[in-house]
Design a protein around this ligand. Structure first.
Ligand code: ATP
Ligand code: MG
Length: 248
């Protein structure tokens, strides 16, 4: 069993009277992809933001590589190798695409040459190469989403937290983003993924957990959850009848 890279125990987050997360615990091992799925408002973004130091914890604690991380600034976590790609893009709007990528690369703890890393990203996302000198804020929504995933790829963190990387993307771009994430996974990067596209998330992940009203209600191997009737009915839009349909 590989080492635990991220762990959290009893995390609770409240917004005034609203309890968004209730005593949530999880762990991610080195090289593991863990998907967190759940309905709108289940607390997924709150979980990601709590883990990456953006929200105060009402209760609980979290460790990255054995060190406490609650309330550690996001940039300090990135320097240690834990990168958060927030919901709704998180690019530097006035900076050109190439500078967004350079900054993501520069924050890495270990230094390698920028140009080859950039070439690799531009090969994966030719659209970003075409837009290299455009301010990120002038890209289309889907292109900005792609840029935020590209920043994670060029950073090559030990652990990346991705909140809805396919949000607002066409099926074609979604496919490209998931191919890129599969490459990251195959390179041994640990991934904590929140994703509405549950079918793709479960294909990518090793393991998955279902968050319901701020609590984990189900967890298991991603392939097993993809066949679980409760997951199929609630998150994959498949009924029991379809599950047993011939050829399914
Ligand atoms: N800043 C805030 N102030 C008050 N309530 C909030 C705030 N942020 C989130 N909430 C509430 O906390 C709950 C969890 O929200 P969160 O954004 O974590 O859900 P989510 O699972 O990421 O949903 P989605 O799938 O829609 O992105 C929701 O009921 C939401 O309305
Ligand atoms: Mg969210």
């Amino acid at each position: 069993m590989s080492e635990v890279i991220l762990q959290a125990q009893g995390l609770s987050v409240s917004y005034g009277p609203i309890k968004a997360l209730r005593q949530v615990s999880l762990e991610v091992r080195r090289g593991e992809t863990l998907a967190v799925i759940g309905a709108n408002g289940a607390g997924k973004t709150s979980l990601m933001r709590a883990l990456s130091g953006l929200l105060p914890l009402a209760q609980g604690q979290a460790q990255f590589l054995g060190a406490q991380i609650a309330r550690t600034p996001t940039h300090a976590l990135a320097q240690r190798g834990m990168l958060h790609v927030p919901e709704g893009r998180g690019t530097l709007q006035t900076m050109p695409v190439i500078e967004n990528l350079r900054l993501a690369w520069e924050i890495r703890p270990s230094k390698e040459a920028f140009e080859p890393a950039l070439a690799k990203v531009y090969q994966r996302f030719p659209r970003l190469k075409e837009r290299s000198l455009q301010a990120a804020g002038n890209l289309s929504g889907g292109e900005q989403q792609m840029l935020s995933v590209a920043r994670a790829i060029i950073n090559r963190p030990q652990l990346v937290l991705l909140d809805e990387p396919s949000m607002g993307l066409s099926p074609l771009f979604t496919g490209e983003v998931f191919k890129a994430l599969a490459e990251l996974r195959d390179e041994g990067v640990s991934i904590l993924l929140v994703e509405q596209n549950v079918s793709r998330a479960l294909q990518l992940a090793h393991r998955a957990m279902v968050l319901t009203h701020g609590e984990f209600t189900l967890e298991g191997e991603a392939s097993a959850l993809a066949r679980d009737p409760r997951v199929m009915a609630s998150y994959l839009g498949k009924s029991e009848a379809m599950k047993t349909a011939p050829g399914d």
